[in-house]
Design a protein around this ligand. Structure first.
Ligand code: BV8
Length: 231
């Protein structure tokens, strides 16, 4: 592992066994709630209270949630690689904080975080662990009613893109865990990695939409296949 660099992309599947729910599976979040209503800037402009209710419920569900064996295995691998002079970067599409709860330190949240909000007027960001509502006032500019979850909605630019593409260009291995490969730009990372000559591996419950793009794939529940891969 000396000097080895791994970039791991995670999606909702890694947190499924921690009770956080996935988006596009049979009982997924987007089968119950139209994403246009709760995960777009237009939906927020139309009905901000509906959006707050949706994210307040998910923030409440996150509080007691615990990382599973897959999160812990990645945290352990990060420590082992660091000790050996290598580097493991987790790029997560998840807005939960289960990688951090498991002890991972090198984590980029490309779709934002449930435990953060920002002001739509002055863009000041702050930690937020409770319900968010229309009457909340920005602690920075003092405006009321413009606070929103720090989540990247459809049509918005994901975070940390420059760092992510740089890491993909320098990696030895790219591993995608628990994601359907249906949301861009994350779904394109495997091709970016391959163009840079990086080996690619998919770990998922079943082959994803772009399974064909990976050099290798291992399939099963994340809590089993991720620790097995790390070992
Ligand atoms: C952008 C908010 C410009 C967070 C989310 C047409 C073509 C190409 C692109 C587009 C297009 N039309 C529109 C676009 C762009 C659009 C897009 O991709 N749309 C798709 C639907 C076509 N993307 C955007 O708008 C993005 N911005 O593109 O900006 C740009 C361009 C270039 C470079 C930079 C910027 C912004 C996207 C933001 C999305 N935000 N939601 C929230 O509320 O949580 S999306 C939502 O999907 C989640 O955030 C999630 O992170 C993301 C990905 O979903 P997955 O994590 O993969 O979850 P899913 O349910 O789909 O899959 C779960 C998988 O786990 C399954 O495979 C299942 O088998 C597996 N699984 C289940 N259980 C387990 C398991 N695996 C292992 N173990 C288990 N136990």
């Amino acid at each position: 592992m000396q000097g080895v660099r791994i970039v791991v992309l995670t999606g909702a599947g890694i947190s499924a066994e921690s009770g956080m729910g996935t988006f596009r599976d049979k009982d997924g979040i987007w089968t119950k709630v139209p994403l246009e209503d709760v995960a777009t800037p237009e939906g927020f402009a139309r009905n901000p209270q509906l959006v707050h209710d949706f994210y307040n419920a998910r923030r409440a569900a996150l509080k007691p949630a615990k990382p599973n064996a897959a999160h812990f295995a990645l945290a352990e691998l990060e420590r082992a690689m660091r000790d050996a002079g290598g580097d493991l970067l987790i790029v997560t599409q998840n807005v939960d904080n289960l990688h951090e709860k498991a002890g991972s330190e090198n984590v980029l949240h490309m779709h934002g975080e449930l435990t953060k909000v920002f002001c739509g007027s002055c863009h000041h960001k702050l930690d937020w662990f409770d319900d968010l509502g229309l009457v909340d006032v920005c602690g920075h500019c003092g405006k009321e009613g413009l606070m929103r979850p720090d989540v990247v909605w459809f049509g918005e630019m994901p975070y940390h893109m420059e760092n992510i593409y740089q890491a993909l260009g320098q990696a030895d291995l790219f591993v995608s865990i628990g994601t359907s490969g249906s949301v861009y730009p994350a779904a394109g990372f495997v091709n970016e990695a391959r163009m840079n000559g990086v080996s690619t591996l998919e770990l998922n419950l079943e082959p994803s939409e772009n399974a064909h793009a990976f050099d290798d794939g291992r399939y099963g529940a994340a809590s089993e296949i991720v620790p097995a891969w790390v070992d």
